[in-house]
Design a protein around this ligand. Structure first.
Ligand SMILES: [Zn+2]
Length: 471
């Protein structure tokens, strides 16, 4: 049944039947994600995270050789690409040989999807997924049955670093349409019992509904939260502003899918107390890379999961890199040297070791989407501009949009604390920070639209559109 038709039927069900329906879907997810293969992968990952770098590298290269040979034999796109370059699998022995192959862009993945699918796996045995499409276009992806538990095992290795267990209750704050958009009355959440999940609809987290959500979460004993930091932040801010505390605050906040900004982390810490551990994860539905924080709040690249290359960018400090990933587990659609379109900052000192003891390579921070930068006419690329707004209590939310080099529009959602002097200060700060050449247009709006799956983007730039295809 088509997804849209299924959702239409779901929307018409009473709430209790929607809960049943979520739980039935949860049973399928539990089977797909958390079966015996998951347990095998998780045990192996929990062991290998303590290996030496040489051991990790050997393991990674061995798995890479397997994937390359598999792709050459079974995936028409890779047979073509390697034949054209007169390469055979034996030419790619280690991760250092990967640059012999071209970078796979999102556009190529979209155009050549049919040729990127393995001929050795019957279509019936594949699971179809879609990327969120933060840039507006969604991609269709194919997964084999082992790659799904591997994805979850990598995620769970991180959760277990913070003492979480599979059957802990959690609340999900993200963009799935579990509560139909036209629903105006509570509950604005649905239960998925097999996964121990309460799914909170971020589309319904408005100022009007926040007291209802807070009352509900006051009553529940939920071990941890998972979700977009911008959404969990809305809730933590609400608690702070109304002077409320939860009798059972979450032990861990597991932030995913967006860059966790410093002011969001501070707000969560204040709202949920000093014992709550706030952590951050970076992954991709293309299954090519996973970067996870340890208890020291440092990011480690999960080498057993994929080969991550950090490719230098033009006009950027040498440790600011674009993330290119090769997945080591999804044979249904092997993606080799896939350009995710995200940027990471590597540590200044590459020999730095983490005090947690893991030798998995470190990343200083994930800067997010390449479209999430403002480029200044003097060639600087500025990301993370939240500091420009954080001292203005009159600004609820702001988004910067750059479609031309010398012009930036700032959309602002203001409240009654906003005064003319805030506008002056903001314009002055923008000029100081981004330079006098750019023209800034302020636009006051009632709300800032989210992406199709509910993500908030602070910076939207269309200037990078063409750079994405560069090697
Ligand atoms: Zn560490």
């Amino acid at each position: 049944m088509a997804e849209s038709r299924r959702f239409k039927l779901y929307s018409k069900l009473p709430v209790w039947l929607q809960n049943v329906s979520c739980s039935i879907a949860g049973l399928k997810m539990r089977r797909e994600r958390f079966g015996p293969t998951f347990r095998k992968f998780l045990a192996s990952l929990q062991e290998s995270e303590w290996w030496s770098l040489a051991e990790l590298k050997n393991y990674q290269d061995e798995r890479l050789r397997f994937v390359i040979a598999y792709a050459y034999k079974n995936v028409p796109f890779y047979r073509e690409v390697m034949d054209e370059r007169k390469l055979i699998p034996a030419d790619i022995r280690t991760a250092e040989d990967l640059p012999k192959l071209p970078i796979l862009t999102k556009n190529i993945l979209r155009d050549r999807a049919a040729d990127l699918i393995s001929r050795a796996i019957p279509p019936k045995k594949m699971t179809i997924g879609h990327t969120g499409g933060t840039t507006g276009k969604s991609l269709t992806l194919y997964y084999d049955k082992d790659s799904i538990p591997m994805f979850w095992a990598a995620g769970w290795r991180q959760r277990m670093r913070f003492g979480l267990a599979l059957n802990d209750e959690y609340a999900g704050f993200a963009g799935r349409n579990v509560v139909p958009l036209n629903v105006m009355a509570p509950p604005f959440w649905r239960r998925n019992l097999p996964l121990h999940q309460t799914y909170i609809s971020c589309h319904h987290m408005t100022q009007k509904n926040m007291p209802i959500l807070a009352r509900y979460l006051q009553k529940r004993k939920i071990t941890y939260y998972v979700g977009y930091p911008s959404v969990i932040y809305l809730f933590s801010q609400y608690l702070i502003e109304t002077g409320q505390q939860l009798p059972h605050p979450p032990k861990v906040i597991y932030n995913v899918a967006e860059t966790l900004l410093p002011h969001q982390r501070r707000s969560m810490q204040e709202a949920f107390g000093p014992d709550c551990h706030i952590t951050d994860q970076y992954g991709a539905s293309e299954y090519v890379v996973n970067i996870s924080a340890c208890q020291m709040d440092r990011f480690h690249v999960d080498m057993e999961y994929g080969v991550s290359e950090f490719v230098p960018l033009v006009n950027m400090p040498s440790n600011v890199r674009r993330i290119v990933g090769t997945g080591l587990w999804n044979l249904a659609m092997p993606l080799i040297r896939y350009d995710i379109g995200d940027i990471a900052t590597l540590p200044e000192d590459p020999s730095e070791e983490c005090s947690c003891g893991r030798k998995l390579p470190m990343v200083d921070k994930i800067d997010g989407r390449i479209e999430s930068y403002i480029i200044t006419p003097d060639g600087r690329q500025a990301g993370r501009l939240d500091f420009l707004f954080k001292d203005s209590p009159g600004i609820e939310e702001a988004q910067l949009i750059q479609s031309e080099l010398k012009s930036v529009t700032i959309k602002i959602v203001k409240n009654d604390k906003y005064h003319a002097k805030d506008e002056e200060k903001l314009l002055a700060d923008l000029k100081t920070y981004l330079g006098p050449v750019i023209r800034f247009d302020l636009e006051y709006v009632d709300e800032i639209p989210r992406t199709a799956n509910g993500k908030f983007r602070q910076i939207v730039s269309t200037l990078f559109k063409d750079q994405q295809a560069l090697d």
